[in-house]
Design a protein around this ligand. Structure first.
Ligand code: 86X
Length: 471
């Protein structure tokens, strides 16, 4: 009976009817629709289920590695399309350094590598033959890039040097990996060098603001900008700034992106020096060390977005990063209407696409409208447009929001403007709701007891802090 269930399902329209006959698990197994876990009762299972069922992630046979499917890469591309032009305006140039690091180079900055050493993945063989010297896969690229910085920076005219690359890196972390918080991930890594401290300090804040905008304006995730404590900063640098997101369900903060001011530590280690203007004219021609920054955000951003916005029906994508912003579903129920309705769907999609909205029609005839609703809700498409006989007769469409289920009839005559407006509304409303939920978790604590209590209650704690190690 279960085997022939899919065709049975296609003939029915009401999801509720099915639930009465089969368990949720049985329905999911056969239709591949719906979630068996709920966000509030078992968050961890819900997360892994939602990323696989929505087809953004595919599991892989190596632990900690996941395939980013087109639905995920579309989000990543949009984030790149925002960030790349912004850093280009700041004269940051694209580059691509090798994936491999020699042992010598990797160990050059011993102090900063020590704690990380267990996370480095090594290539030790080619075929059956041992490599003479094992080579590491980059966990980050300081040691790959800075020899080049040292070589290419001679005088003040070579500064500032600003490079960025979009690559994958590998960190064999042992804390349980999960989709988007994985051992191999994609990121942008920016490395810059300046003649003065002031320029470096200014850039760190400019990049941090881009990270805030990325989260808040694109992913609709509220973040807090800040400076890490001495304990939490990148040990190789001078100070670390970050944007931090909050996941209400776990009560935990997540580091969203970091921008480090490295000071002159790496300049000293890698001999990245220049003859500055004043000194050039003097007899001594002393070398001055450059001031450096590094900054990165990774595909972890997508995981944070899923955790913040996803619900019990699946993903909920902010319009600004969704591969498909509007899905158009026909609702034919009498044979006579079919052709007209399908035509209306195609026309609607064309009208929307012509005005820059990412719309798509799901005209497949082997799935019921109900199945399609669940499917696209699972994938988080911000707006569903349904067109049935009644809509056709009234020269309108019905629009349903993915984020809150709100339904509205839109006259065809104002379709484009209305849908554009709804994209903005959904984007803003997703941010507002997420911010409201986060802010509701904030608790001010002034004593250690209050602090512990708030932690247990999954609060986001606001506490006095003087950055003394003892405190
Ligand atoms: C710290 C610091 C920094 C450039 C960024 O956060 C932005 C982009 N890098 C990264 N870090 C390491 O230095 C590191 C080093 C090794 Cl060898 C490792 F295996 C893991 C690491 N993880 C983080």
């Amino acid at each position: 009976m279960i085997k022939s269930f899919q065709s049975y399902y296609c003939l029915t329209t009401s999801n509720k009817q099915l639930v009465d006959v089969f368990t949720k698990e049985e329905i999911k197994k056969v239709t591949l629709l719906g979630l068996t876990n709920s966000k509030n009762s078992n968050f961890g299972e819900w997360y892994t289920e939602v990323v696989t069922t929505s087809e953004i992630i595919e599991y892989y046979d190596i632990s900690g590695c996941y395939t980013l499917l087109p639905w995920a890469m579309a989000i990543w591309k949009r984030m790149q399309n925002f960030f790349d032009p912004e850093i280009e305006k700041m004269d940051v140039e694209p580059c691509c350094f090798p994936l491999f690091v020699s042992k010598d180079a990797l160990q050059k900055e011993k102090d900063h590598i020590t704690g990380f050493a267990p996370e480095v993945a090594w290539v030790t063989k080619s075929g059956d033959t041992d490599l003479e010297i094992p080579i590491a896969i980059r966990p980050t690229s300081e040691t790959v890039m800075y020899p080049y910085f040292s070589k290419t920076i001679r005088g003040h005219r070579d500064l500032p040097l600003k490079l960025n690359q979009w690559v994958n890196v590998v960190r064999w972390e042992f804390s349980s990996p999960t989709p988007f918080i994985s051992r191999e991930f994609l990121w942008q890594e920016g490395y810059t060098a300046f003649a003065t401290k002031k320029e470096a300090y200014t850039e760190v804040l400019a990049i941090l603001e881009l990270y805030r905008r990325l989260y808040e304006e694109y992913l609709a995730v509220p973040v807090v900008k800040g400076k890490k404590s001495e304990m939490e900063k990148f040990a190789g640098g001078l100070y670390t700034t970050s944007v931090e997101a909050f996941i209400p369900n776990t009560g935990r903060g997540v580091q969203g992106a970091t921008a480090h001011c490295l000071g002159q530590n790496f300049a000293k280690m890698f001999d990245i020096t220049f003859e500055d203007e004043k000194q050039e004219k003097s007899e001594k021609r002393d070398k001055a060390m450059v001031w450096q920054n590094s900054w990165a955000y990774s595909t972890r951003t997508i995981g944070v977005m899923v955790m913040v916005h996803g619900d019990d029906k699946g993903l909920v994508l902010p319009p600004k990063v969704a591969k498909v912003q509007v899905i158009v579903v026909p609702m034919p129920y009498k044979d006579a209407d079919v052709e007209n309705i399908l035509n209306a769907c195609s026309t609607t999609v064309k009208t929307l696409c012509d005005s820059g909205i990412l719309a798509k029609a799901d005209l497949r005839d082997n799935y019921s409208p109900g199945w399609k609703y669940c499917h696209w809700e699972m994938k988080g498409v911000p707006l569903r447009i349904e067109i049935g006989p009644k809509d056709l007769a009234n020269n309108q469409v019905r629009a349903v929001r993915c984020d809150n289920g709100a339904k509205v009839d839109i006259p065809m005559t104002v379709l484009v403007n209305k849908v554009k407006g709804m994209m903005d509304t959904i984007q803003q409303s997703m941010f507002d709701v997420a911010k409201q939920k986060r802010d509701a978790c904030i608790q001010v604590t002034k004593t250690w007891d209050e602090f512990i209590q708030a932690l247990v209650q999954k609060k986001l704690i606001l506490a006095p802090w003087d950055d003394e190690e003892d405190t």
